[in-house]
Design a protein around this ligand. Structure first.
Ligand code: G6P
Length: 442
């Protein structure tokens, strides 16, 4: 990395890319990125060129010598990369809309990363990630893969279990959003707050909250129940039952509403789908507006409208992580990484989302012993769901996919699971070649 760092972003035409570019610009002094390669597929060519031009204007305005390269040739980009970030969506937002709409027909939560939607996003995504990893083994064997592609926990699990590649870190903006939310509620600078995180992606808990080093978890939980809920933009902020939060004893993430408030969340999704559309449908419109803004040749910063997206601030997570790895900072950040015994009731070789010490050799998860009994069972069940889903994605085995769907706690029965599975397999056929292989009869 003597000549500066080479970063490759797969799914570079994403509307989120300006965040990432802003993050690299802000950190240029400690993280001298020499080349940023934005890679996309032919269908994303137009978006790539719009976002790429904005990225070029941003680095020019900031006066940093980061070269922006745009390409549809992933292998060309990957050659000698230092860090590869992935943020793509197989089937684009149209596929997400199906993940959200179809389960709702059966009165089941339709969500990007939870329940049937999470399973199908995984089935579409995991084979592509495993192909990228194969290219990386050949073209940039020393690089780290920083994955944002959802379902990020399942994807990390799949890479750890079904490839020889170990240099992967899964990232999410949920923990950083919780940390910022805690600071906001306490009305203090977020640097004064520290939260110990443990669990799985979109299933992570804040176990302890510290203010200036003092553990204030109980007081914080008490305080939390006095305020209106605040979640990320993509999750309905339906208030928690105050007594439940006090009983739980740890801070849930926004996505826990799908499990602990399933009835209310489902009702809300049904109403929203009928009124303004599902989240994917809303986001399709938001994306149109964002790309119109990005086209403006006078725009040379990340527009504030991007903060209407659920993934706002994700670049802080990504760029801080890369910065700490590159500089061997050994600070603590919550990431998805191999458990290695950090959470006692999760297999050592599985992916967990946990506060970790970030070193040049990757994250070292900070052992917590075990999760409180109140949340341990749900976390284990979701881990089983992720594992079985990843296996289904790799094998294309129908029964494994049915098993994954049925053991997910958001499904009411094996029968409904099968109905949804069959309808979704058909709807996503074009992106699931592993399930529709021609039988060779000899
Ligand atoms: C949250 C999640 C991300 C997810 C995003 C969706 O931030 O942590 O994993 O991709 O929301 O946001 P959107 O604006 O697309 O609904």
């Amino acid at each position: 990395m003597g000549k500066g760092i080479k970063i490759v972003t797969i799914g570079g035409g994403s509307s989120y890319t300006p965040e990432l570019v802003e993050g690299f610009i802000k950190r240029y002094d400690s993280l001298p990125v020499r080349e940023l390669w934005l890679v996309d597929i032919p269908e994303g060519k137009e978006k790539l060129s719009i976002v790429g031009d904005l990225a070029k204007r941003m680095v020019k305005k900031a006066g940093v010598p980061i070269e922006i390269h745009l390409t549809l040739d992933r292998r060309e980009a990957l050659k000698d990369a230092d860090f590869v970030t992935t943020q793509f969506r197989v089937g684009l937002l149209a596929a997400r809309a199906k993940d959200e709409r179809i389960p709702l027909k059966y009165n089941v939560i339709g969500q990007e990363t939870n329940g049937p939607g999470g399973l199908f996003k995984g089935l579409r995504t995991i084979p592509v990630i495993l192909d990228i990893v194969k290219d990386m083994e050949e073209l940039c064997p020393n690089a780290w893969l920083i994955n944002f592609t959802n379902p990020a926990g399942m994807v990390t699990e799949a890479v750890l279990r079904h490839s020889n590649w170990k240099k992967i870190v899964g990232l999410c903006n949920v923990p950083i959003s919780i940390q910022m939310g805690v600071a906001k509620l306490l009305e203090v600078e977020s640097s004064r707050v520290h939260v110990d995180f443990a669990g799985l992606n979109h299933m992570v808990f804040g176990l302890n909250v510290y203010l200036d080093g003092k553990n204030i978890t109980q007081e914080f939980l008490e305080e939390m129940t006095k305020h209106k809920s605040d979640t990320m933009k993509n999750i309905a902020a339906i208030d928690w039952e105050p007594d439940f939060i006090k009983a739980l004893g740890v801070i849930p993430c926004g996505y826990h509403r799908y499990y602990y408030k399933q009835a209310e969340m489902l009702q809300n999704e049904l109403e929203e789908a009928a009124e303004q559309g599902t989240r994917a449908e809303v986001v399709q419109q938001l994306e149109k507006e964002l790309f119109e803004l990005y086209k403006d040749e006078n725009l040379a910063i990340k527009p504030p409208q991007l903060e209407k997206r659920g993934g706002a601030y994700y670049s802080d997570a990504a760029c801080s992580l890369i910065d700490s790895m590159y500089n061997d900072k050994r600070d603590i950040q919550p990431v998805n990484t191999i458990n290695n015994g950090a959470i006692a009731s999760i297999p050592d070789e599985s992916a967990v989302e946990i506060s970790s010490i970030i070193t040049k050799d990757g994250p070292k998860p900070i052992a917590i012993g075990d999760l409180p009994v109140a949340v341990r069972g749900l976390v284990q069940q979701i881990k089983s769901f992720e594992r079985v889903s990843a296996e289904a994605a790799v094998t294309g085995n129908y029964h494994t996919a049915l098993l994954a769907m049925t053991i997910n706690p958001l499904l009411p029965s094996d029968k409904v699971a099968k109905q949804i599975l069959d309808e979704m397999l058909e709807a996503h056929k074009e992106h699931l070649p592993q399930f529709f292989k021609e039988e060779v009869i000899s």
